[in-house]
Structure formats: C-alpha cells, structure tokens
Write a protein of this length. Structure first.
Length: 318
C-alpha cells in the first residue's frame, strides 16, 4: 500500500522521503510567513489610514502635502531587496540539488503514454509498467520522454515534478532516504484516462533491490484467465476497454472473441486469437472501425504468457 499523502506529513506537505524535501519545505514556509507578515503590514496600514483620514464631511483642501521622504524610499527598496535575495540564493541552491544528478546516479528510463508509465532498467533489460522500483540512499536519475501527448511526472514525497514531452528528454533526480511505497501522479491533463495515470514508487533496501532485479515477473503460476483479469487492470487496458459493452476510448471486450470485426478500411476480419494478439502487440496494423488509432503498442511490454493470458480473459467476456 502506498503511504497516504494526507495521513502523514503536515497540512501543506506529505511526509518527506528524501533529504532535500525538508529544505524545499523550509523555503516554502519562509516565503509563506514573509508574505503573511507583509500582507498584514500593508493592509493593516491601509486600513488604519482609511479610518484615520476618512472624510469628515467638510470639503477641506490640504494646504500642504507630504510628497517625498528618502527614509521611506530606502526602507521599501532595501527591505524587499534583501528578502528577494534571500529567496533567490536559497532557492537557487535547492534548485541545483534538485536538478543536477551526480555522475554515479542509477539511470532509469521513463516513458509516459496514454495512460500509463513504463520504466526501463537498461542495465538488466527489465521493463516494468507503473511500478518504479529503486534502491534506498542511491541517487536515481530518471530520463523521461512521452510517446504521445504532454504528461508530467510527479512524486510528492520526493518534491520532484517535471513535464514529460514527446521528442525531447527531460530528467529528474532524487535520492530516497527511507524504504516505503509512494504515489506517482501524472499532473498534466492528458485526456480521458488522465486521472487513472497513477504509478507506484517502491523504495527497497539495496539487497532487496538486487534481488528484485534478478527475478522475473511474479504470478507465474496463476491460471491464464485470472492473470488476464489482473493484467486488464494492471496494464491499464481498463482505461479504454469496458467489459459490459459500453464504448470507451476503445471498443468494449464484451462478445469480442470470434465475431466479425469491421475495420476502418472497410474490410472485415474474424477476431480470433491471432487478430487479438496483433491488436495488442501492434494495434495500428488493423484499426477497428469507428475508433481513433490511439491504443499504445504493447510490443515489448507484455511477455508471451501475459499476452496469452489477456487473450484467454477476452475470450471469457461473452
Ligand atoms: C489509450 C487507450 C487504450 C488502451 C490503454 C488500450 N487500448 Fe486496446 N484499443 C484502443 C482503441 C482506440 C482500439 C480500436 C482501434 C484499434 O483497433 O487500434 C483498441 C483495440 C483493441 C483490440 C481490438 C478490438 C476490436 O474490437 O477489434 C484489442 C484486442 C485490444 N485493443 C486490447 C487491448 C489490451 C489487451 C490492452 C491492455 C494491455 C489495451 N487494449 C489497452 C484503445 C486502448
Ligand atoms: Cu498523463
């Protein structure tokens, strides 16, 4: 279970899971209180003067007005300057810590697509969906890109967030300082399934992480159709395909198997195992009539067993 963002931490912040988070929060708190104090001073003075110098009902015209005072000019130039410089230096220092990843960082590639995240571990060739697993106390560098629209990668407990863009890499860096499970959000509105574009961050001890890297996928002994049902949710098929016949971004799976499917080019194919397999691995090969070709290709993201499991599950939905 992911650590709750509201149960732990303060009114403004989830409980930090990285050392920099505390510094980010202190700067926020500093700016907040400076703003509150300045607000009270400025509006307090304004309210006081409005009251004190309110019209007394006579049409007096002042004989003399106080139009300039160097002491006041200096006060309201120097004090804001000092405050702004404090925020600048403090923020710049933290910005570096948040943006520059040490050369010994562990690199993970992140791909955002409608509507899930894919994490590639280049040193092991491992690819996982929606579960980012990292070792504790080790700087991590995320190299991110999108395959379709703009997404944004956000881990509240780490205080890091950055846009994920097609045709360009952006990076994020963090060092988790405690083990646990945390939430990852997409914070750029990216279409129908945006609110379901959730992922988990699992921070493991170094030994557990090494062990995790060696293991294959779990659920090797699950019956195929059960595994398919689980994958339907885990692999985000459920954001686009319903089971009850209602159309979503994609066609419903109800009664799909072994029926004739009309394609966008007017031809008709039988939805047998091979059609289903091709639709999952390379969805753009044959487009179902009436639907836009928005399904992401799952080639490389699902093992052969997982593809078989999904097909078995689709067959069950009559
Ligand atoms: C972003 C939305 C989206 C996601 C996520 C998605 N699909 Fe699709 N899928 C579509 C759309 C749209 C079509 C119809 C257009 C086409 O054929 O490419 C489709 C078509 C299909 C078809 C052919 C259906 C038919 O009626 O001919 C199958 C099978 C399929 N998807 C399986 C899956 C599986 C399995 C997953 C999860 C591993 C999945 N889809 C995830 C949008 C999605
Ligand atoms: Cu998104």
């Amino acid at each position: 279970m992911n650590e709750s963002l509201v149960k732990f931490g303060t009114l403004f912040f989830s409980k930090p899971a990285t050392a920099i988070a505390g510094q980010v929060d202190s700067l926020f708190t500093f700016i907040l209180w400076v703003s509150v104090i300045l607000f009270l001073l400025v509006f307090g003075a304004a309210a006081l003067f409005v009251f004190k110098y309110r019209s007394k009902g006579t049409n007096e015209i002042p004989k003399q007005q106080w139009i300039h005072d160097n002491r006041f000019e200096l006060l309201w130039t120097i004090v804001p300057f000092i405050l702004v410089m404090i925020v600048f230096v403090w923020g710049f220092k933290d910005f570096f810590l948040l943006r520059v990843s040490p050369s010994y960082s562990y690199e993970i590639s992140v791909t955002g697509k409608k509507w899930f995240w894919v994490f590639d571990y280049s040193d092991t060739g491992k690819t996982v969906m929606n579960d980012l697993v990292v070792p504790v106390n080790q700087p991590i560098k995320l190299i991110m890109a999108s395959e379709d629209v703009l997404h944004s990668f956000y881990i509240p407990n780490m205080r890091i967030k950055r846009d994920v863009i097609p045709n360009r890499y952006t990076t994020l860096t963090f060092t988790a300082d405690r083990v646990g499970e945390f939430s990852i959000f997409c914070t750029e509105y990216c279409g129908d399934g945006h609110s379901a574009m959730l992922a988990n961050l699992k921070v493991l001890s170094t030994e557990d992480f090494e062990e995790w890297k060696q293991t294959g996928g779990a659920s090797d002994d699950m019956p195929l159709a059960d595994l398919g049902k689980k994958l339907y949710a885990d692999k985000m098929c459920n954001t686009c395909h319903s089971l009850d016949g209602s159309p979503m971004s994609g066609p419903s799976w109800k009664g799909l198997y072994n029926t004739n499917r009309e394609l966008s080019d007017g031809s008709v194919v039988l939805a047998d195992e091979n059609y289903l397999r091709e639709s999952i691995v390379d969805p753009k090969a044959k487009i179902a009539a009436g639907y836009p070709p928005v399904m992401p290709a799952y080639a490389g993201l699902l093992s052969d067993r997982e593809i078989k499991a999904l097909i078995e599950y689709i067959k069950e939905i009559k």
